[in-house]
Structure formats: structure tokens, C-alpha cells
Write a protein that binds this ligand. Structure first.
Ligand code: SF4
Length: 401
């Protein structure tokens, strides 16, 4: 179990952040905010993919006007992203946004920041202090020489002081960096100094798969240390992929309940009796379409498959032209190999409706025995497919020669 660091709780609209609440997923739209219908369509897609909160740029007057129409029709709270012009933050508040993100690197006038904080305070709208290694305050860059973790943390602390000076405490903070070790270190240092909730992200992570790997490396490292209250994957991709990835990461870490499919599959090897990549791909596509929130295993052979995947709710393993359907490691049905994905979907549906005990009770009594016989047959035919015994003997022979 992950022991989470205690933070103060704030509310972004109806969504709590920090203070022991669930870690939330954020993403950001890529449409022009003035395009109200296009932006709303993307907000709905992001919410459907697992985003709890969506950020939208507020970069000009037309964007602020767009927000006034988007916010009341949005299914999730909206954060306005503000850079350079503090008056756009005031306009976004007027438009009814649920939170602001201010970049301390490019809104640097103390009086302006305090004016925004007072206006946000009157409306009980929280502010994210969004420090970014790529747009750090010029004075701090000159002081530290580069965007080191200490510089990012100092930028956040200076901004916190401005907000606290006017009695504003509905704060969350991010100290994002594109270099994963610097990102991790920045958040570690910050978490020791403040009690405000933290928004985690690796900035400008790039397209998948590199962007996904960087984001997971940084965000998961911190979450496993108990640091972080809300997350965003910054991918150069359809933002729906960001929301999905964020949600999946939280589910895999046990920080959110499984809402979607968790497909596990063996990597395949010389024993595989089917094309595991093809079968797993088909199973994933069809199970996702059917929106089944279960863990499913696709295993290449019945010799090791059901045993290796016994933690999965349900799975299939191939062998000798047949598909072996198993629940919690017990083979419950044997079907022709070309029908095994159909049978998997059918059994998965029944499993969701009736539960594990009922489906185990309804198991074909002969299935376990058939699977055991097939596994034995395969062992006889395939034997030691990796020829390890033969190789060991040859290695020994070479040394002795
Ligand atoms: S389940 Fe079978 S095919 Fe898949 S990796 Fe294990 S031994 Fe190989």
C-alpha cells in the first residue's frame, strides 16, 4: 500500500484535490477555445477517457468569451491556463472557471498576481502555481545558471508568498521539468517545504512511446513515494491518450479502482500455440468496445498459461487447435481455437453478471482434465523447446575440450 503524504485539501469545482482524496487525472484541450462546440466535444472525449479535470487555454479575449459558454456545459471542472496577461485571469474568473493556472515565469508583477488572488479568493476559485523548467523566471535562471530543482522550488515559494500575503490558501502547485530526474527532485524538495497539494507532470514529454515512458518514470516514482495529488501526462498526441494513460497509471498503481479493461498477455515464446500478439490485439479491441472492467489474460500455451495468469479474472490459453478458457487459473471450458476470443467475451460477460463462484460452479467438469492432457501432450511433442539441456551439455563439452 502506498502511504500518501498529507496535504491540504482544495476543491476544483466539485472535485477534491489533496487531503486524502483520490489522485485525479487532468488533461488539456488542443482546440481553439473560441471554438466552443469543438472544445466542448474534446472536453467530453477527455472526460469519457478518464479525465477528472480539464484545462483550457485562455490566451485572448475570444478564448475568455468561449470559456463563458464552455464552463456551464462542461461535464467536468475547467481550469483556465493563463500566461503573460494577468487580465485574462480576471476575465476567466468572470467566465466562471473552476480554477486558474498561473505561470510565475511569465506573470511576474507582484501587484498583478495579488489582484488575481483577491478576485479568485472572492469566488473561492483555487489557483495552481504552475512552475515550468522551460519558462522559468529570468532572474532565477540568472541566479542559478539553469533550471535546477532549487530554482523551480524557489519560484513556487515566491509565488506562494504573494498569494498568502492576501490571505489566499486555495493553492496547488506544479514544478514540471522535461528532464525526469530534475522533475522528481523538484517535487521531492517542494513536498518537504509545503503542505499544498501537488500536481505532477513531466513537461514537454513528447510523443509516445518516449513521452509515455518519461511521464510514467517521473509521475510513478513520486506517487509510489506518496507524493502527488493530481497528475497530467503531457504528450504530443491526441489528449484523449493523455487522459487514458493517466487513468491507467493510477489503476495499475492501485490508486484508483479499475474502471476499464486490464489486459495482461504473455510475451510469447517457443511454446506458443497461437500468434499471441494478434489474439491479444483482437481480444483487447473487442473487450474495450464492450467496456468490461475486468482483468483478462491472453496466454500463448496451456502448458504454463493458466498457472502463470492465475491472478487474472479470466483468460484464454491455446494448445493443439483448442482454446482453454480459465477463471482464476481454473480451466472452465475448452473450445475450438478459432472460437476462443468469442468464447472469452461470452464468458467475461457472464462473469460480470454472475460472479466468480457461480461461473466456477458452472465449469465444464472435463475441461481441467482436457487441459492437463493437452499440456502433457505438448510437453511430449515440444519437449525442451529452448534446448537448454542440449546447450548445457555442449557448453560443458567446450570447456573440457
Ligand atoms: S504462456 Fe506459454 S507461450 Fe506464453 S510465454 Fe509462457 S510458456 Fe511461452
Amino acid at each position: 500500500m502506498i502511504e500518501r503524504r498529507e496535504t491540504r485539501q482544495i476543491h476544483v469545482g466539485s472535485v477534491p484535490v489533496g487531503g486524502g482524496s483520490e489522485v485525479t487525472v487532468q488533461s488539456m484541450t488542443t482546440t481553439k477555445t473560441a471554438d466552443v462546440d469543438g472544445t466542448l466535444a474534446q472536453v467530453y472525449a477527455l472526460a469519457g477517457a478518464g479525465a477528472d479535470i480539464v484545462r483550457i487555454t485562455c490566451n485572448d479575449v475570444a478564448a475568455a468569451q468561449g470559456l463563458a459558454e464552455i464552463v456551464p456545459r462542461s461535464p467536468v471542472p475547467i481550469v483556465a491556463d493563463i500566461h503573460f496577461q494577468y487580465r485574462l485571469a480576471l476575465a476567466a474568473l468572470e467566465a466562471g472557471v473552476h480554477a486558474l493556472r498561473l505561470n510565475p515565469g511569465n506573470i511576474r508583477n507582484e501587484a498583478h498576481i495579488k489582484e488575481v488572488a483577491r478576485a479568485a479568493g472572492e469566488r473561492r476559485v483555487p489557483i495552481r502555481i504552475g512552475v515550468n523548467g522551460g519558462s522559468l523566471d529570468k532572474d532565477l535562471l540568472a541566479k542559478y545558471g539553469s533550471a535546477v530543482p532549487e530554482a523551480l522550488v524557489e519560484s513556487a515559494q515566491t509565488e506562494i508568498r504573494y498569494l498568502e500575503d492576501v490571505g489566499f490558501h486555495d493553492i496547488k502547485i506544479s514544478v514540471k521539468h522535461s528532464h525526469v530526474p530534475s522533475m522528481v527532485e523538484s517535487y521531492r524538495q517542494l513536498s518537504e517545504r509545503v503542505e499544498y497539494p501537488l500536481h505532477l507532470g513531466v513537461t514537454e514529454a513528447g510523443p509516445p512511446p518516449g513521452g509515455l515512458i518519461k511521464s510514467v518514470a517521473g509521475i510513478a516514482t513520486l506517487l509510489l513515494e506518496g507524493i502527488g495529488d493530481t497528475i497530467r501526462f503531457s504528450l504530443t498526441a491526441d489528449p484523449v491518450e493523455e487522459a487514458k494513460a493517466g487513468r491507467q497509471l493510477l489503476e495499475y498503481l492501485g490508486l484508483r479502482e479499475r474502471a476499464g479493461l486490464d489486459l495482461i498477455a504473455c510475451p510469447s515464446c517457443g511454446r506458443a500455440e497461437v500468434d499471441v500478439i494478434e489474439v491479444a490485439g483482437e481480444a483487447q479491441r473487442r473487450l474495450e468496445e464492450a467496456e468490461m472492467p475486468i482483468q483478462v489474460a491472453v496466454m500463448g500455451c496451456v502448458v504454463n498459461g493458466p498457472g502463470e495468469a492465475r491472478e487474472a479474472d479470466i483468460g484464454i490459453a491455446a494448445g493443439r487447435g483448442k482454446g482453454h478458457l480459465f477463471i482464476k487459473g481454473q480451466v472452465v471450458r475448452v473450445v475450438p481455437e478459432d472460437e476462443m476470443v468469442d468464447a472469452l467475451l461470452d464468458e467475461a460477460q457472464k462473469l460480470i453478471e454472475e460472479g466468480v463462484d457461480a461461473r466456477l460452479a458452472a465449469a465444464d467438469r472435463m475441461a481441467e482434465q482436457l487441459a492437463a492432457e493437452t499440456a502433457e501432450e505438448l510437453l511430449q511433442i515440444q519437449g525442451d523447446v529452448n534446448r537448454s539441456q542440449e546447450r548445457r551439455a555442449r557448453v560443458a563439452q567446450i570447456v573440457e575440450e
